[in-house]
Write a protein that binds this ligand. Structure first.
Ligand code: PLP
Length: 404
């Protein structure tokens, strides 16, 4: 059961088959080459790996448990369900795995300033956190609309010492924030590293972010072998840009008996501009440095997207996922807002765990599928983050009264 698929991708130019690559202005070519060289040097460097595991353990709280969801399993009446508890990490989601790794790369490169884009604010908070911890200057670009919707995370970033710059262009959300971060990087590249938050963008970001997130799958593989003495039958993870999903999936890609499902945001259903499921109605295109599946109209204009969960609400998906879908190695489905909200409540009530709305999409797929599986089947769901950030929004949606 050695890995034959995907383990040697991307190729030297950053391609996963037809997807990936480096589609950026000339001025960003050199910084990306420099980053690529330094990242691959670090990856081979035992001191770097030791330092990375030190911070993952001592600062972030790894390893995270692989938790047997006993009451959810009983209620659904099928497969045995395990949750990979990334929600228990410092700052509340898997994003810190990547932020720590890239901050260490920035330090190696002698950079004194880091910048990042953020949508819901989770990646901004993770970046501001590691910047404070390593004593780096930090600027976070965030759409002006998102700043309003996610005021709590804006305060968190500011308390951690970051400058939060509201971006007023276009839709005033994540896509515009990425453009501003790229503009800053071009201008300040001598002092600055751009900590991109998902397995997306120009080479080497998709491979680098995947490798920083694969710790999720490496641990889960070891833990399930300890607990069950065999590999799981099914892995389920939500897919925004795709970093938590590829982090869980990657170490299992060569295990042909392990099925995998990525769950995109189905929003209000697969109607143009009402969802963010790139594999339903998306097409091949180039956006923000890479070639992948993108929600665009007939003229190549990026379409509006919608999801109840801000972390899944993006018009493009990471290039490695597009490749894995072509290979039929990973199946991609979607969960609607309504299904995610129902899953959010079910996990809270049955397991005492309030999941992030993003992760609730993965739980929704588990709720749909586990009952159809035999009792000895094993499922691992990646619980990518905790739901504290979403509590007010869910309360408003479901009209739960929360008297103080
Ligand atoms: C950002 C985020 C996601 C989506 O990003 P990926 O790169 O697809 O993992 C999922 N879950 C949580 C909790 C997030 O914060």
């Amino acid at each position: 059961m050695t890995s034959t698929v995907a383990s040697d991708l991307p190729d030297a130019r950053g391609y996963f088959g037809a997807y990936g690559g480096r589609f950026v202005p000339e001025t960003l070519m050199h910084p990306l080459q420099e980053l690529e060289a330094e990242y691959f040097r670090a990856q081979q460097d035992a001191d770097f790996q030791r330092e990375l595991s030190y911070y993952l353990r001592e600062f972030c709280g790894r390893p995270t448990p692989l938790y047997f969801a006993e009451r959810l399993t009983r209620e659904l009446g099928g497969a045995k369900i395990y949750l990979k508890r990334e929600d228990l990490l410092h700052t509340g989601a898997h994003k810190i795995n990547n932020a720590i790794g890239q901050a260490l790369i920035a330090r190696r490169m002698g950079k004194t300033r880091v910048i990042a884009e953020t949508g819901a604010g989770q990646h901004g908070v993770a970046t501001a956190t590691v910047a404070a911890m390593f004593g780096l200057k930090c600027v976070i670009y965030m759409g002006a609309v998102d700043c309003e919707r996610q005021a709590l995370n804006v305060y968190r970033m500011k308390m951690l010492g970051a400058d939060v710059v509201p971006v007023h262009a276009g839709q005033k959300t994540l896509k515009e924030a990425v453009n501003e971060a790229m503009r800053d990087w071009v201008t300040n590249v001598r002092t600055t590293h751009y900590i991109l938050g998902t397995a997306y963008g120009a080479h080497p970001y998709p491979v680098m972010v995947r490798n920083f997130q694969r710790v999720i799958g490496d641990e889960a593989r070891r833990q399930i072998l300890e607990k069950e003495e065999r590999l799981p039958d099914l892995l389920i993870a939500c897919v925004g840009g795709g970093s938590n999903a590829i982090g869980l999936f990657y170490p299992f890609l060569g295990d042909t008996g392990v099925k995998m499902v990525g769950v995109e945001a189905g929003g209000e259903g697969i109607i143009p501009e009402r969802h963010a499921a790139r594999f339903q109605g998306g097409s091949l295109g180039v956006l923000q440095g890479t070639r992948s599946y993108i929600l665009q109209d007939a003229n190549g204009q990026i379409q509006l997207t919608h999801s109840v969960s801000a972390g899944l609400d993006y018009a493009a998906v990471g290039p490695e996922h597009a490749w894995l879908r072509d290979q039929s190695r990973v199946e991609y489905r979607f969960a609607t807002d309504a299904a995610a909200l129902a899953a959010f409540m079910k996990l809270a009530r049955l397991e005492g765990i309030i999941p992030a709305l993003e992760s609730a999409h993965a739980i929704a797929e588990c709720i749909r599928r586990a009952p159809t599986m035999p009792g000895e089947a094993l499922v691992i769901v990646n619980l990518s983050g905790r739901g504290d950030k979403d509590v007010a929004q869910v309360a408003a949606k479901l009209r739960i009264e929360m008297p103080l």
